[in-house]
Design a binder for this molecule. Structure first.
Ligand code: AMP
Length: 125
């Protein structure tokens, strides 16, 4: 079920539990600002989720409340992960779902990184 992105942060959400080490993930990168790991249900040969280490529900929440250091650290981590995984030369796609119409299911900001094959047009036509 998609979430309401205007609700307060829920510390019981699955990505919060991964960040605390209560649930496993297949991590590809971690620093002060971000954790990147393989999506459990990949939609492309490469499907990585990059999440901030801070408590933010969505991109809307993050852009409104995060510090400049958190924002720059997070987005530098996204770029770093894409480069490290060799996605830049063939190309890749970034996606962040927000709220009900965006069909966001996990209420902790995450950027999907898709790659590893030609991905086609952005939305089904
Ligand atoms: P979204 O619809 O943007 O909220 O996407 C949530 C994503 O989280 C989906 O692609 C799920 O497959 C993924 N996901 C859910 N639980 C886990 C988990 N425990 N580890 C890795 N990915 C997960």
């Amino acid at each position: 079920m998609p979430i309401d992105a205007t609700l307060p942060y829920d510390d019981a959400n699955i990505f919060a539990r991964i960040l605390r080490g209560e649930l496993p993930c297949t991590a590809v990168f971690r620093d002060q600002w971000a954790l990147a790991f393989h999506d459990i249900n990949p939609q492309a040969p490469t499907h990585i989720l990059v999440i901030p280490t801070g408590r933010y529900v969505s991109m809307d929440d993050f852009s409104a409340r995060a510090s400049d250091a958190e924002i720059s650290g997070f987005f530098r981590a996204v770029g770093h992960v894409a480069r490290t995984l060799g996605l830049v030369e063939p190309g890749y796609r970034l996606l962040a779902n927000v709220g009900q119409d965006g069909h966001q299911e996990v209420p902790h900001l995450h950027i999907h990184l898709f790659g590893g094959k030609p991905l086609g047009p952005m939305l089904a036509r």
